[in-house]
Design a protein around this ligand. Structure first.
Ligand code: COA
Length: 183
């Protein structure tokens, strides 16, 4: 049982990486997968600092790339623990890209990684509570609590298989969609 509490600032992390040509796609922009991998890395660092041990990535929310990232930009991933439950932690990550020459910063995306603490037996483990020291931290904690609730609802919804609808009923629901039923 973990009865300790930690401050958000104790695990806050910034990871900065130069975007090199091997990270780019045929269009010359950085692969989304490279960004996801860097986000997963910074989420792990932040969560394992808060827990004090090994963590696994369980879910990713809010991955929407607002602006493309270009070769030559410096990418900064700023992460902090927004919410903790019993064994889960929601890590908020703000990704920003900057050209070193101009210093102009663009916001690439903000995402939320749910990480779960695991002990040496690979069982879920209790994480320290969070000390909330300002209004932002209280707001983020409450947003995290709601995100946990909403993502559970989304998971339950994705489990529905719509088998209660006949194929003809589904066909009618697809009339204005970009598809053609050919049977
Ligand atoms: C996710 C996992 C830990 C759930 O294990 P479990 O025994 O079912 O545990 P629980 O249902 O008690 O869930 C543990 C916590 O995870 C959270 N959780 C479980 N599934 C979740 C999901 N799909 N999305 C978000 N949170 C989830 C629960 O809300 C709970 O949080 P809390 O302890 O803070 O209340 C387990 O399925 C696992 O280890 N998955 C593999 C993760 C992994 O290896 N990731 C690396 C990918 S390569």
């Amino acid at each position: 049982m973990n009865n300790s509490f930690k401050k958000v600032s104790e695990s806050q992390t910034i990871l900065t990486e130069l975007m090199i040509p091997t990270y780019s796609n045929f269009g010359g922009k950085i692969h989304g997968g490279i960004l996801l991998s860097l986000m997963d890395k910074v989420a792990y660092v932040t969560a394992s600092k808060h827990y004090g041990g090994y963590c696994v990535t369980v879910a990713v929310d809010g991955v929407e790339f607002i602006n493309p990232v270009e070769v030559g930009q410096l990418l900064s991933l700023k992460s902090s623990i927004n919410y903790v439950g019993k064994s889960s932690m929601i890590v908020g990550i703000r990704v920003e890209a900057m050209y070193p020459k101009t210093g102009i910063i663009s916001h690439t995306n903000s995402s939320y990684f749910t990480m779960v603490a695991k002990n040496d037996l690979n069982e879920t483990d209790i994480v320290p509570g969070l000390i909330l020291e300002n209004e932002n931290e209280i707001r983020r904690f409450y947003e995290g609590l709601n995100l946990k609730f909403m993502s559970k609802q989304k998971r339950d919804m994705l489990k529905s298989d719509f088998s209660h609808l006949s194929v003809n009923e589904i066909k009618n629901l697809l009339l204005n969609e970009n598809c053609k039923v050919s049977f």
